[in-house]
Design a protein around this ligand. Structure first.
Ligand SMILES: Nc1nc2c(ncn2[C@@H]2O[C@H](COP(=O)(O)OP(=O)(O)OP(=O)(O)O)[C@@H](O)[C@H]2O)c(=O)[nH]1
Ligand SMILES: [Mg+2]
Length: 349
């Protein structure tokens, strides 16, 4: 089963489009007004479940280079994820039955917390919130023999502060050799701020002026167990300037890139920032300013939609204390409240 969205000016028109392509047997999963990001496609979105392939079109057939086993494996993996996602949404769901009052109340509470209405509905009907996202509070690429960690993200997100917290927590505390590299040459005094923090911790800090210098520095410090890379906050109009750095970080086989996002950001802005930062190919999401908001749905929505695990939660300005490894139970509790967090965390990590 695969989920497919159709957009149009009215729900009826979108349904007609879907039925035309998928046939009368397709299962209506959800109908809702389009989100701000998708509104340009039509005022309403209907989501249907259908069996792949969707009307396979010869022109859309993969080319010979794409048809290799890797491509098939990726397609199969994607299909499996879709089936799992849909079955989670449908688990215990009596989709078109009148919801019980507690269900409606829980659903409303989750949606007030900015959780995706589809996930909120599924959870209210018995699905486990913890199954919609993953956590991975590890540093470094899996299988690598050292941790090379880059923090990227929008200006002021908390990259530098969090980097120092991580360096103190994991580098210093484990007494393993660590090195900080600052690739932030955009902002005057940015490197100075980091240098003085690193000096307090007694951790080396080099400033690298170019992506090539960054690659060399990563190599030069190959005997360090931890290399933490701080990057400049790139605003909407700075992405071009950061493109070379983004390419280096995205393509480096050792770099574990965490996209740092303030949890207090408006959900639509967060979705846009994530899209913009795709050029860095972040492996994980790290949320800061947990202490500054009461609505946490967006962090789960984005982790679920982008299939990226949440790594850490920064909960304040104190270095190194205000940092927690992401845990499902905690995140579910933030979104759903302690009463259902335990049940809802499902297979808690
Ligand atoms: N309340 C709160 N403040 C935070 C948190 N993390 C960082 N800050 C504060 O946010 C401000 C900006 O933090 P930085 O670490 O300099 O952010 P940055 O992403 O490195 O900023 P640029 O390098 O300018 O892009 C500082 O005043 C931090 O103390 C957090 O989790 N909660
Ligand atoms: Mg910074």
């Amino acid at each position: 089963m695969k989920l497919k969205s159709y957009f149009s000016g009215s729900v009826e028109a979108a349904m007609e489009l879907a039925r035309k392509e998928l046939g009368e047997d397709a299962l209506l999963v959800h109908a809702r007004p389009a989100t701000p990001e998708t509104r340009h496609l039509g005022a309403y979105e209907v989501v249907f479940g259908c069996h792949p392939p969707l009307n396979p079109h010869p022109a859309a057939a993969p080319g010979p280079e794409a048809a290799g086993p890797d491509h098939l494996r990726r397609d199969l993996a994607e299909m499996k994820r879709e089936i799992e996602r849909l079955s989670k949404c449908l688990s215990g769901a009596r989709l078109f039955a009148e919801p019980a009052r507690e269900e409606s109340e829980l659903c409303a509470r989750l949606m007030a917390n900015e959780l995706d209405p589809m996930i909120a509905q599924a959870v209210a009907r018995g699905a486990s919130l913890g199954e919609f996202f993953e956590v991975d509070a590890t540093l470094g690429r899996r299988g690598a023999n050292r941790a090379v960690v880059a923090l990227v993200g929008p200006p002021g997100a908390g990259k530098t502060t969090t980097l120092v917290k991580l360096a103190a927590r994991y580098g210093l505390a484990s007494r393993k050799p660590a090195q900080i590299l600052s690739a932030d040459v955009f902002r005057i005094a940015a490197a100075d701020q980091l240098r003085s923090l690193a000096a307090i911790l007694g951790i080396g800090c080099d400033v690298v002026e170019t992506p090539v210098a960054l690659a060399q520095a990563i190599e030069e410090h190959r005997h360090k167990d931890f290399v933490f890379i701080d990057t400049p906050g790139l605003g909407r109009d700075d992405m071009e300037d950061g493109a070379d750095l983004a390419r280096l970080i995205a393509s480096h086989p050792e770099v574990d890139t965490h996209l740092v996002l303030p949890a207090s950001m408006k959900p639509a802005d967060m979705a846009r920032v994530i899209e913009r930062y795709e050029i860095f190919q972040p492996k994980k999401f790290l949320f800061t300013r947990i202490d500054e908001t009461a609505s946490f749905g967006a962090i789960l929505n984005e982790a679920s939609r982008r299939e990226r695990p949440i790594s850490f939660l920064a909960t304040g300005q104190q270095i190194p204390d205000d940092l927690e490894a992401a845990a499902k139970e905690k995140i579910c509790g933030l979104i759903a409240g302690p009463a259902i967090s335990t049940r809802s965390a499902g297979a808690a990590a």
